[in-house]
Design a protein around this ligand. Structure first.
Ligand code: NAD
Length: 353
């Protein structure tokens, strides 16, 4: 026998339907018997949130959302939840907003209903993140897994194309990295392959027409699959690199993923032929990297870390910081020199091929 693995499935309800978020939220809140909802949404997400939470028993609307969830921001949200005696958290927004709801759930045990408006995928994981004095800590806790996800692609139409592309490639990175991450298994790989297919189909449609609902739906479905695969498989080399770049130098989350991914694939693909073949098949391309680069070209994706705020002089420090986090199971051998070379190519925006 060669098929032997253990796979944990996270228990969540998923409600998927364009234009149905308000109805789905009302049904969920009624189902839980909740009477005092805390709606969490960043200012850019406030209009969307107001539109779909109109029929809920809202006790409090909270809009102080900051990327990577600084501890004082989390504490103010927890205090507000306590002061208003809320019994359910409704988050409407991107990964930063979902992340704040998770920070509140972590200490209060309050249930979360998540309505994502980007393709980051935090809603489908039990991973939380908090930042204290520019060091980001992440952890796993069952309390932060949203009870229900409400996916409504019509909420994504206002996400600008550039952010849609970066966020969609962040989801694609969950899929690719899941192929060789430390706990990867055949279920994760099946989800990841279907996620790649869906994102590859959906994202170019969004670039052609940001209001293309079918393209938005396809990408959102792919983003969910990517997050489920990632939650189970864990962080591979790609996520370890991006975690250091984001936390240490404050680079923007999704565009950093978009830039780094082809360089990790160029390194790991040849050392992991069956993963490479699986990814290529999902793209319908000859090699995995050709598939990714074709998609990136169609999306006019960001290409260089120097455009995202990394200084060339920071590359050696970054390589040293990443090295201890590299999973021992990574397919390709990784040294500080390998990481420096990879980061330099990503910094310049060099062709990874
Ligand atoms: P984000 O949540 O910071 O959103 C980016 C910007 O887009 C924000 O200004 C936001 O208000 C705006 N926005 C979001 N949706 C919009 C919409 N539909 N229309 C108009 N504007 C909209 O970015 P993100 O990439 O979604 O999330 C990044 C954060 O999520 C990072 O902190 C990352 O670490 C975290 N994350 C966590 C996990 C996890 O499993 N815990 C997974 C993925 C990402």
């Amino acid at each position: 026998v060669s098929l032997s693995f253990q796979h944990d499935t996270l228990g969540q309800r998923v409600r998927f339907g364009s234009g149905q978020a308000a109805e789905a939220l009302a049904a969920e809140v009624a189902d839980g018997g909740w009477r005092r909802a805390m709606v969490i949404a960043a200012p850019a997400e406030a209009d969307l949130a107001a539109r779909i939470t109109d029929g809920l028993p809202v006790a409090l609307v909270h809009d102080e959302v900051v990327m990577h969830v600084p501890v004082p921001v989390a504490e103010r949200a927890r205090d507000a939840a306590g002061a208003h005696e809320v019994d359910v958290l409704v988050s409407v927004g991107g990964g930063s907003t979902t992340g704040l709801a998770k920070a509140v759930a972590l200490t209060t045990g309050l249930p979360i209903i998540a309505v994502p408006t980007t393709y980051a995928g935090s809603e489908a994981t039990d991973v939380w993140g908090l930042t204290e004095e520019s060091t980001k800590t992440t952890g796993v806790d069952a309390r932060v897994l949203p009870r229900t996800i409400v996916y409504d692609a019509s909420l994504m139409v206002s996400l600008p194309v550039g952010l849609s592309v970066a966020s969609g490639l962040n989801a694609l990175a969950h899929c690719v990295d899941s192929m060789w991450a430390p706990r990867t298994d055949p279920i994760d790989q099946a989800l990841a392959a279907e996620g790649i297919r869906a994102l590859d189909a959906g994202l170019p449609r969004i670039v052609a027409d940001p209001a293309d609902l079918e393209g938005r739906e396809e990408a959102l479905y792919g983003a969910y699959l990517s997050a489920v695969a990632f939650a189970s498989a864990g962080s591979g080399l790609h996520h370890k690199i991006c975690h250091v770049l984001g936390g240490r130098y404050d680079l923007p989350h999704a565009p950093t993923h978009a830039v780094v991914l082809p360089h990790v694939l160029a390194l790991n693909g040849p050392a992991a032929p069956s993963a490479d073949e699986r990814i290529a098949r999902a793209f319908g391309s000859g090699t995995a990297l050709d598939g990714l680069q074709d998609l990136r070209a169609r999306l006019d994706a960001p290409t260089a870390l120097r455009d995202l705020g990394l200084e060339e002089s920071q590359i050696p420090d970054a390589a040293r910081a990443i090295l201890p986090a590299v999973p021992p199971s990574n397919p390709a051998d990784v040294s500080v020199e390998v990481l420096e070379g990879l980061l330099r190519r990503a910094w310049e925006g060099a062709d990874p091929r």
